[in-house]
Structures are given as structure tokens and as C-alpha cells.
Design a protein around this ligand. Structure first.
Ligand code: SF4
Ligand SMILES: [Zn+2]
Length: 323
């Protein structure tokens, strides 16, 4: 019997024994099964800043996990060795949700991050672990491309505390040609995440020649500002030549700095540069009085001057969850 997956806009129709476009959801005897449930291929303790989340529980550790597989196939994928693999190709741990909660406790992590590949593809594992985490007073963080249908997203957001969502480009053409996806569902998911009261930050990987045109960056920033607000932290991340784009150079520091300048010109309050050393591209500055609030070097917080989530100089409230 055929089944149709309702999880993401790809809407795969699967014959008996066939797996979906994400490689990890299979029609077994007429029922759709997530074959990676409880089998992460990566588990690490990361600083939350590495997600990247710069305005969420700074300096805390997030137990970070992923399974193989992804419902997108971005030709620039920086984690392609696991995202574009099948379960049989990568060793995995036997780690049901209970074990993840136990590990978070052992490593003193206040949060669990579903990351590296895409928690949308390993949805059931993410959802069940998130529910259990909540009952143990742990926070849940999604790091995702958010290519997901409205209903399953709504259900997952009930248990999600923070999200870093990739906005990979601002044209449907880019999403179709480069990511094997479409733009509108991602925009809808961004709006739904913000509306659900989840702490939100956005990452844009800047790729030479593909999405680094200043006009496109301006368009992307304007969409964020006008639909989500100027206080959403925005991370421009450096591309390294991997997967199908080994012929391109890494993003230059100048291009990243230019993207940051454009975003600040357009009125974004918190704009960061990632995957590269930068003099002040990782620092949080007060949008009102321009004083330094949080100084970072890479993923490390060197000083945090915030007082009760506000600037100590002018008392401006700073978007985030600080304790
Ligand atoms: S989640 Fe996987 S199986 Fe389901 S529609 Fe998307 S790509 Fe297809
Ligand atoms: Zn201030």
C-alpha cells in the first residue's frame, strides 16, 4: 500500500519499502516509519553560541545531536557527510530519548539542541525527546532549515524554547536550484516560530557568487525586518568550499563585513559574522546608546555587561533569554 508523508512540503508518495527524499522515512507495510528514531550519529556538548544562538542562555552548554539524513540537498551543505548519507552508511549510537535526557544531566547541559543535519527529517525523535526534556525542566533548541508543513511545525513549537533558522536565500529560484526546496514554506515557518513565542535567531550562509550580491542581501534583510522585526539576531556565516561547491573560494571577510553593514543600514539591531575571526563581528552592541554589551571571541563570551536583560547604560531592553 502506498503512503504519503505529510511532514514536509515534498509530500513524498512511497511504495512499500521505499524511502522518502530525506532517505530516513520509509514505507514499511503501509506505515511510515522513521528509521533513525533513537539512533543519532552525532552527540556533542557544544556552547550554545555555536548553534549559533547569541541571545539565549549565554555561556551555557547544549547537548547537541543529529541523525543522518535531511529533507534538503543544498549543494553547499557544510555537514554533507551526515546530512546526505543513508542510515547504513554512518555508524550510530543507540540512544532513545531517555538516554539523551540522562546525558544532558551528566554533562550539566540546561538545553538539548537538535542540529547539524535537520530535526525536521528526524521529527518523531525530536518531538518525543523534546516532550521528555520539558518534563525534566530542560530547554529545547531547534537548528533547522524549517522546511516543514504547518501542522507538524505547530506541534513541535509547543515544546521548543529557541530556534536558529536558516534563511538560505531570498528567491524561490535559489531555493529550487541550490537547495532542492522552495522559499515560501520557510518564510511561513519563520513567521510561525516568532508568533509561537519561541526565541528566534536567523543564519544566512553567504556563498560567493550564489547569494552574496548586495541587492539580494538587502532584500533578505528587509524581509526579516518587515516580517519578523529588527531585533531578531541575524548571523552571516562564512561558507567553506565543501560538497558540490569545492570550486568556489571561502567567503571573504570583506563580503561578510559588507553584508553586516547592509543589515545595520537597514535597521537590524543585532548582526553578527560567524565561522571567521572578526574584531567586533561577534559582539553585542546596544542599539540605542552604542555601548558594548557582550564581548565574544568566536563562541566564547569574554564579558557580559547586561543587567536583567537590559543595557546597564541606557536601560534599553535587549531581545533574548538571558537567564
Ligand atoms: S520528510 Fe522526507 S519523506 Fe517526508 S515528505 Fe519530506 S522528504 Fe519526503
Ligand atoms: Zn544602551
Amino acid at each position: 500500500m502506498k503512503v504519503q508523508c505529510q511532514l514536509c512540503p515534498k509530500a513524498c508518495v512511497l511504495e512499500q519499502g521505499q524511502s522518502g527524499n530525506c532517505r530516513i522515512r520509509i514505507n514499511i507495510d503501509g506505515a511510515l516509519r522513521s528509521v533513525v528514531y533513537g539512533y543519532p550519529c552525532s552527540i556533542n556538548v557544544d556552547p550554545v553560541e555555536k548553534k549559533p544562538l547569541f541571545h539565549y542562555l549565554p555561556s551555557s552548554a547544549a547537548l547537541s545531536l543529529a541523525t543522518v539524513g535531511c529533507n534538503l540537498h543544498c549543494i553547499f551543505c557544510q555537514n554533507w557527510e551526515i546530512s546526505q548519507a543513508s542510515p547504513a552508511e554512518v555508524p550510530a549510537y543507540d540512544c532513545p530519548p531517555e538516554k539523551i535526557i540522562e546525558l544532558a544531566g551528566q554533562h550539566k547541559c540546561p538545553s538539548i539542541a537538535y542540529t547539524y543535519t535537520d530535526p525536521v527529517a528526524y521529527y518523531e525523535y525530536t518531538l518525543d525527546t523534546s516532550k521528555l526534556a520539558k518534563s525534566h525542566n530542560l530547554k529545547n533548541i531547534l537548528v533547522t532549515a524549517a522546511y516543514i508543513n504547518e501542522e507538524p511545525l505547530k506541534q513541535l513549537l509547543e515544546y521548543t524554547d529557541a530556534a536558529n533558522i536558516d534563511l538560505k536565500g531570498i528567491t524561490d529560484d535559489f531555493y529550487r536550484k541550490i537547495c532542492s526546496a522552495t522559499l515560501k514554506p520557510v518564510q511561513d515557518a519563520l513567521i510561525a516560530t516568532k508568533a509561537a513565542g519561541v526565541h528566534l535567531e536567523i543564519t544566512n550562509l553567504v556563498i560567493p557568487t550564489l547569494n552574496d550580491n548586495p541587492d539580494q542581501i538587502r532584500q533578505l534583510v528587509r524581509w526579516i525586518r518587515d516580517n519578523l522585526g529588527s531585533d531578531i539576531p541575524l548571523h552571516f556565516s562564512r561558507f567553506f568550499p565543501l560538497y558540490k561547491l569545492t570550486h568556489l573560494p571561502p567567503t571573504s571577510p570583506e563580503t561578510l563585513e559588507q553584508a553586516r553593514q547592509i543589515a545595520m543600514e537597514e535597521g537590524m539591531d543585532f548582526v553578527y559574522i560567524g565561522n571567521i575571526a572578526s574584531k567586533d563581528g561577534q559582539n553585542t552592541i546596544c542599539p540605542k546608546c552604542k555601548k558594548l554589551l557582550i564581548e565574544r571571541s568566536g563562541y566564547t563570551v569574554l564579558q557580559n555587561r547586561l543587567k536583567d536583560g537590559c543595557c546597564p547604560n541606557c536601560n534599553r531592553k535587549i531581545y533574548g533569554v538571558w537567564k
